[in-house]
Design a protein around this ligand. Structure first.
Ligand code: GUN
Ligand code: ZN
Length: 431
């Protein structure tokens, strides 16, 4: 037996893509969200709903905005401690910073402590779901999975597969990658709110045998995800062409092995040809757009309009530690600027849709998360409009709700996250 709790605040969520249907925006100025047993049981206007929930404990968040928990479609938890490392683009950055850091995850204690910090950092930023890479070590996935189940978060996670072009201490084999991933799938996939992603790091660090093993495992467990990197950096792409000369392009490498499908998430996808986009659209795969990472590593400007016009599903992601912030609000702000540089202004509602219901739909999770619909898991964030003096000023001066909201998404960060609720439980409150 659980007891319902009602939260009174402004509510904002989406029932679909607001760039397609403006009616998909649901904003209730004086709203009520009722939660019971980890699920949402009612949402709507407070004056209308309150009589029906007379006697139910009421938490008064008036003056705040409740939105669905943010969904980060691509993030590396082992790179938390090496975020913001100076002076290199992708391949040198991997050699100089990433691989040395990831070797520390052989130590289970270290992995566990890192996972704890990571989980709390997600919540501090209002992120309640994420698609997360571990390291090559199976204990990295075990550590994160056990921390996430205890915290109640909905994660899609996996151990990295890589059997070449990396330090020996970070290499598995095609066979051990298959065996260890299968073991992890059996232990974690579908347990509580966890799903497993088979996670070849990227084509340059995976032999053909390993990519084939990954695809075999995915075929044997079709509800798992495939999570990897694609077409991020020009030198990386050249390298893939030289390693797989028989394949038409980078995307075709993954497709040849059977790794491109509805549950495939490809980080970056900045430099794709029309043919590659057409293939990704046909297979219903998702690209994770990682603006702070793409800017930080100098990888390029994600051609959002072209990708969307090709019919490819896009989700939004931080890509920490190449990404420079855990905040999906910061990420939205950088996404806006990346698109401004290409003559396109991302609307505030479409941006927030990508960080919530759009991400959920890309990940085939929109029946359980992504908005505040009754029946869904109660993942939500209570945002403070006035978390800095400047935001408070801007908020007061706003012309209307959309203007106020846009300024919030351009300027806010973790300071604006007053509370984060995960399956109805308060997982973070700002001090
Ligand atoms: N490509 C292969 N590995 C990585 C990684 O760790 N980060 C990023 N941004 N790109 C990659
Ligand atoms: Zn990445």
């Amino acid at each position: 037996m659980t007891l319902p709790v009602a939260y009174r605040a402004s509510l904002l969520d989406y029932t679909g893509d607001p760039s397609v249907d403006r009616g998909a925006v649901r904003h209730v100025d004086d709203g009520l969200l009722v939660v019971d047993g980890g699920k949402i049981v009612a949402r709507g206007a407070a004056p209308e709903l309150l009589p029906a929930f007379d006697g139910v404990p009421l938490v008064d968040y008036r003056g705040h905005l409740i939105v669905p928990g943010f969904i980060d479609a691509h993030i590396h938890y082992p790179q938390t401690a090496m975020i913001a490392a100076y002076g290199a683009q992708l391949l040198e950055w991997l050699e100089n910073y990433t691989f040395p850091t990831e070797q520390r995850f052989e130590d289970e204690q270290y992995a566990r402590a890192s996972a704890e910090f990571f989980m709390q950092e997600l919540f501090r930023n209002g992120t309640t779901s994420a698609v997360v890479l571990g390291t090559v070590h199976r204990q990295s996935a075990d550590a994160l999975a056990s921390v996430a189940t205890r915290a109640g978060a909905r994660l899609i996670l996996g151990k990295v597969l890589m059997d070449r072009h990396a330090p020996a201490a970070l290499c598995d084999t095609a066979e051990s990658a298959y065996d260890e991933s299968r073991e992890l799938i059996e232990r974690w996939h579908g347990r509580d709110r966890l799903s497993y992603a088979i996670t070849p790091r990227f084509a340059p660090t995976c032999s053909a045998e390993q990519l084939a093993a990954a695809a075999r495992l995915h075929a044997e467990h079709p509800t798992t995800y495939v999570h990897t990197h694609l077409s991020e950096n020009r030198n990386e792409i050249e390298w893939v062409h030289s390693l797989f000369p028989e394949r038409a392009n980078y995307t075709d490498v993954y497709d040849h092995f059977g790794l491109v499908g509805r549950r495939s998430v490809f980080a970056h996808g900045i430099h794709l040809s029309d043919g590659e986009l057409e293939l990704l659209a046909r297979r219903e795969a998702t690209i994770a757009f990682c603006p702070t990472s793409n800017l930080f590593l100098g990888s390029g400007l994600f051609p959002y309009e072209r990708v969307r016009a090709a019919g490819v599903s896009v989700a939004l992601a931080t890509d920490v530690g190449a990404g420079t912030s855990f905040s999906m609000l910061r990420t939205l702000s950088e996404a806006y600027k990346v698109l401004q540089l290409q003559g396109f202004s991302l609307s505030v509602h479409h941006g927030l849709y990508l960080a919530t219901l759009g991400g959920a739909a890309s990940l085939v999770l929109d029946s359980v998360i992504g908005n505040l619909e009754p029946g869904k898991e109660a993942d939500f964030v209570v945002l403070d409009w006035d978390s800095t003096p400047l935001l408070a000023l801007r908020s007061r001066e706003a012309r209307d709700f959309d203007d106020r909201l846009f300024a919030l998404t351009m300027m806010a960060d973790d300071r604006a996250v007053a509370h984060t609720y995960v399956a109805g439980r308060c997982a973070h409150s700002r001090k």
